[in-house]
Design a protein. Structure first.
Ligand code: GLN
Length: 486
């Protein structure tokens, strides 16, 4: 029986009833990755280790975790001990980390098996996967379309049914937007819920790891394992982690969902609007009440993010100097020349653009005008959310203003076009609150995503509302036609 497109819950049942062994499951999953190599989901495979671990699991009769023997893919931004970690950049193309990121370690300790590292936008900067040094990932639904980004390899690997779930990171939308464009479910947790230790930093005050899966139930399974306090990450939250599966089936009647007045949905593609209206109706039938709320500063989210994220990235990426690790240019005259050539040759254009913008925003004389100002606006946006959550339980928006687009059709002349992809996702990163994207139908044969935003630490409410939606709809069951998709 094929394991393609199966969820974690389904694979667990197959493993428990001995329909399949963990080793067979791994072989199948690795075989699917090979079969769909043209999607370019993976940068590095972990075949030998994966098969070894799966065989060891088969020998151990006692299964204590629902993740035991489940194949997963990890975004190539999580350090993995002994396994190449590139961030899809030339500058790290030979980097083999000496340790494993806490988020991945937690998942592996729960018994899951890493089959490989997924392709992404270089250093997670992008929304289309077109900035990867290893070439773009193709959208399984239509191969000449982008999968979204930056966690595009993870999203495509799940959408193509190669693995039931994968990890991603979300600084401004990089879990939710590719999940939306590939027709799967993706959750960005509260900032601090999952340790950032061992994640290669892009913008440290915004980066957050989370799961991508076929269902919200599977996202809950991954989040249960990934979450928790980590003394190695100073921003990790020292707070109890609930069991995210416990209340996932609770009825949602009476739930109050806010629609953000400042997001003018009437400007969107009419079919995207139509999907949104239909989903509202589904939630109304399930007992939700919709309320219009105002977040007066939310329209400043994109410029605020594009001041803060590049500033932090310019600082974080200064460690890639060609001396300590990573790519080193040859034939250099002196140390300065070595720095300049290694960085000029090692980084791609978008990364360089961000470093330049960030260095400028942090420089003396501009710091107050850009970085400090952006931090002040960020505070206002956070307060807007706090205010909104006094009268609603969740907020709802489309995940993205549009569905996936063709390679090369956006942002090539004007990068801001691509930056606007994250119009609806960025604000939750600025506020540090959780948000989920779930599939809610097709627009011109491509998936559209619905975003739910939750209050601080309320991933349980998001997963509950998303799960009830999925129990009452079948959009998450739609599969791409991988043989036929052009
Ligand atoms: N698309 C956004 C950017 O390019 C967000 C990326 C992310 O969340 N990592 O910065």
């Amino acid at each position: 029986m094929s394991i393609q497109f199966k969820t974690i819950v389904e694979l667990r049942a197959m493993l428990d009833s001995k329909q399949i062994s963990a080793a067979e499951l791994m072989q199948e999953s690795l075989g699917l990755a090979k079969k769909h190599e043209e999607l370019n989901c993976f940068v590095t495979m972990n075949e030998e280790q994966a098969l070894k671990k799966a065989s060891a699991i088969d020998l151990n009769e006692k299964t204590t975790s629902n993740l035991s023997g489940i194949p997963l893919a990890q975004k190539d931004l999580f350090c993995t001990e002994g396994l190449r970690t590139t961030c899809s950049s030339k500058i790290l193309s030979n980097f083999i980390p000496p340790y494993t990121a806490t988020a991945v370690k937690n998942l592996e300790d729960a018994g899951s098996v890493t089959i490989g590292k997924t392709n992404m936008d270089e250093f997670a900067m992008g929304s289309s996967n077109e900035t990867s040094f290893f070439g773009s990932v193709h959208n399984p639904w239509k191969k000449e379309y982008v999968p979204g980004g930056s966690s595009g390899g993870s999203a495509a690997a799940v959408a193509a049914g190669i693995v039931p779930a994968a990890t991603g990171t979300d600084t401004g939308g990089s879990i939710r937007q590719p999940a939306a464009h590939c027709g799967i479910t993706g959750l960005k947790p509260t900032y601090g819920r999952v340790s950032r230790w061992g994640m290669i930093a892009f913008a440290s005050s915004l980066d957050q790891a989370g799961p991508l899966a076929r269902t919200s139930e599977d996202c809950a399974i991954l989040l249960n394992a990934m979450s928790g306090f980590d003394s190695k990450d100073t921003t990790s939250l020292n707070t109890e982690v609930p069991d995210f599966l416990e209340n996932i089936n609770n009825p949602i009647n009476g739930i109050r969902i806010g629609i953000i007045k400042e997001f003018n949905l009437a400007d969107l593609d009419s079919q995207v609007q139509e999907r949104f209206e239909e989903s509202k109706k589904t939630y109304e039938k399930l007992g939700a009440r919709f309320v219009e709320v105002s977040l007066p500063n939310i329209s400043a989210s994109v410029p605020t993010y594009y001041s803060i994220a590049p500033a932090e990235c310019s600082s974080n990426l200064s460690r890639f100097d060609g001396v300590r690790f990573g790519y080193r240019a040859e034939n250099t005259d002196d140390l300065n020349d070595l720095y300049i050539k290694s960085r000029s040759e090692g980084f791609g254009d978008e990364v360089k653009r961000r470093i330049l913008i960030g260095t400028y925003a942090l420089s003396a004389g501009y710091y107050d005008a850009y970085y400090k100002k952006a931090q002040q606006v960020r505070r206002l946006i956070k307060e807007d959310f706090e205010h909104a959550f006094e009268s609603v339980d969740l907020l709802m928006t489309p995940t993205s203003p549009n569905t996936a687009f063709k390679f090369g059709s956006k942002g090539t002349q004007n990068p801001v076009e691509l930056y606007l992809e994250d119009l609806f996702t960025i604000s939750s990163n600025l506020a540090g609150i959780p948000a989920i994207s779930i599939p809610h139908g097709l627009v011109n044969s491509l998936p559209a995503g619905l975003q739910l935003i939750g209050n601080f630490l309320r991933e349980d409410q998001l997963l509950n509302a998303a799960h009830i939606f999925q129990k009452n709809s079948d959009f998450h069951l739609l599969k791409p036609d991988l043989e036929g998709s052009q």
